[in-house]
Each structure stands twice: as C-alpha cells, then as structure tokens.
Design a protein. Structure first.
Length: 355
C-alpha cells in the first residue's frame, strides 16, 4: 500500500431530537455515501459533554441517533456504526493533538466564540478543545473524506492543520519506521502518517431553516416544536407542521431570483427540492405562480411519503434497545481494532513505550 485508502468518517452528537435539517443536511448523505465508499458513522457522545456535562438521558439519546442511522438506511454490517465512548483511542489521540495544536488556532474557532459567548472564562476546557477531539475522531481511522456542513468547515480545516503539523514534525521518524507515505505539503515533500482529509460539501438543501422563522436555522433547541419536523414525528404531525409553517401572502415566483428577501418561501421551496432531490428551479417550474394554499399540501404529502416510514422504523428500533446496543457493541469492537492499529503506530512515532 503506497497511499491512503479512501474512507469516509462522520459523527452526530446525541443532543435533542434529530429533525428534517439533520436528515437532509447529513444523514441522507451518509446513506448515499455508503453505496460507493467504506464508511464509519459515529454517535459522538463524548462531544455532547462539551456543552452540557449532566444529561437527563444520554444513553437514550445515543440510542435514538443510532436508530435514526439505521432507519434511514445505513447498513451496520457493511459499514461501522458505534458510539465514540466505546473506543478510548479517540480520547488518547485527542490528548496528543492537544499538544500538536496551538492555542491561537483554538481561539480562532468561531463556533467556540459563539457557544462561549461573552462569558468565555466560564466555558469548559472541553469546549475549547472540541476541535482536537473532532480531529482525533477522524484521524484515528486515517479517514480521507468527511461530509461537512457550513458550521463544521472551520473545524475540518483545523483537522488538516493538525495532520500537516504532525506530519512535518515527525517526518523523519515516520520515514525511519516505514509507517507513512511521501506526500507534498505545499512545495515541500514530507513523510506523512495522517492524510490531509478532504471535505464532502453538501447539496442545495444542506441548510434547512425554522418553519416559524426563515432567518433562523432549524434547531433541536428551539422552544417551539412547530419550528421543526422531528424524525420521530408521525404523518399527521408532519402534515400539520408544514401547513402551519410561516409564509407570506405572495404567490410563488417562477424564477429563483424571486425568492430573494422571502426567507420562509425560499425555505419551503428548498425543503421540497431536498426531499424530491431536484433543484429549487425545478420546484418553481411546477409551482411558480401558485399560492401556498396549493404548494403546502403538496409539500406535506411529499414530506409524509419520505419521512413517515423513517419515523415508524425509528420508533420500532427505539422500542428494542437491546438490538441497538448490539449494533453499537459490534461496531465498537470493529472500530477499536482499527483505532488501536493507528495508535500503536502513533506511539512508536512519538516514542511512547507501550509494550
């Protein structure tokens, strides 16, 4: 083997109910990627501690995310599905990456600034170091590709920076041990152990907004349940939420330019496009000039057709926690073998005795 083997990795935090935005922006993409790639999908339960240490039911949330993976069509036999805490090598590599990354890099992370707010001194160290753990999640499997949304692009850039610095700092040692590959870092050739992971960017429906406010992203934490379509909602609830979604009094335009300054209209058109896997212009070709009284029932029917089967299967799986735990246990065992292979090499490269 003289190059990194293609591998896709991604993870979802077990916080709150998954919703339509999570499905269109991430999980459906995971399902599609498994058709042509080797994939590892992780419920990142350790990450959930960075924003909130004490959870009412972290175990139940972890099983719920796993159920969403399986109900959406991810195959846990052909690929790996597990929860992060089962594989201790994630935390081990994260500590090493804490020593690779620079404080200045972490301080530039906009997500930390947003989540810490004005009271940065009271934020947990885990929240600041979150990107190091994310880098470890990816690189402990030497994953080559990660599907990312807008809010994670900066973290993936930091993952690439960490990999590059590790490869540069230990280039000679990596070559001496025969553990990596020659690769170009800018204009310099080094011996690299970690790949420079590439992003897989989402399609046109990657960003789904609130059904009550088209200027805000659909969120698990919004106090109004009418703001989102949860993946566990039944057909009647899905239909009701879409019909109650905020709109404006104008008819739908015939061109996408006509959606400018109409955030609620653009959001509903985007949801239809995402569910139907067509462009927004295709939607407007069919519904342009028509009122929301016509468009909303059509959107509700489409959403029920696409989402109700997933919701039903999720409810069935959640009622069988022993099965979900068996999937996570099997996936954890397989992931641990891969991760330990990486860590054995990392310990050698650094000079940590482990035998």
């Amino acid at each position: 083997m003289n190059e990194f083997q293609p591998l896709v990795f991604s993870g979802v935090q077990p916080t709150g109910n998954l919703h339509l935005g999570n499905y269109l922006g991430a999980i459906r993409k995971f399902v599609a990627l498994q058709e042509t790639n080797n994939c590892i999908y992780c419920v990142v339960d350790l990450h959930s501690l960075t924003a909130q240490l004490v959870h009412d039911d972290l175990e139940g949330q972890t099983r719920s995310i796993t159920a969403a993976f399986l109900a959406s069509g991810i195959d846990p036999k052909k690929h790996i599905v597990f929860n992060q805490a089962r594989v201790l090598q994630h935390a081990e590599l994260a500590w090493i990456f804490n020593c690779v990354a620079r404080i200045g890099w972490m301080n530039r992370m906009t997500q930390f600034k947003d989540k810490a707010g004005k009271d940065r001194e009271n934020a947990s160290l885990g929240l600041l170091a979150y990107p190091s753990l994310m880098a470890a999640d990816i690189l402990v499997y030497r994953a080559t590709h990660v599907p990312v949304g807008d809010d994670q692009k900066q973290h993936l850039e930091l993952t690439r920076d960490i990999a590059q610095k590790f490869n540069n700092d230990f280039s000679g040692r990596i070559a001496e041990l025969g553990l990596g590959f020659e690769m170009m870092m800018g204009e310099e050739k080094v011996n690299g152990f970690f790949p420079i992971t590439e992003p897989i960017i989402g399609g046109p429906a990657a960003r789904i907004m609130s059904l009550r406010d088209g200027s805000k992203k659909m969120s698990k934490s919004d106090p109004s349940d009418l703001s989102r379509i949860n993946l566990t909602d039944d057909a009647d609830t899905i239909s009701k939420k879409i019909k109650k979604a905020k709109t404006d009094p104008q008819a739908l335009p015939s061109e996408t330019d006509g959606l400018a300054s109409r955030p609620e209209a653009e959001n509903l058109v985007g949801i239809y496009a995402g569910l139907a896997e067509i462009s927004k212009q295709d939607v407007l070709n069919e519904f342009g000039g028509q009122q929301f009284s016509v468009f909303k029932p059509a959107l509700a029917d489409l959403a029920v057709e696409k989402l109700a089967p997933i919701a039903g299967e999720m409810r069935r799986l959640i009622a069988d926690p022993a099965y979900i735990d068996s999937v996570l246990r099997d996936g954890g065992d397989r992931a641990r073998m891969l991760a330990e292979g990486t860590m054995k090499s990392v310990r050698q490269i650094i000079g940590l005795l482990d035998n």
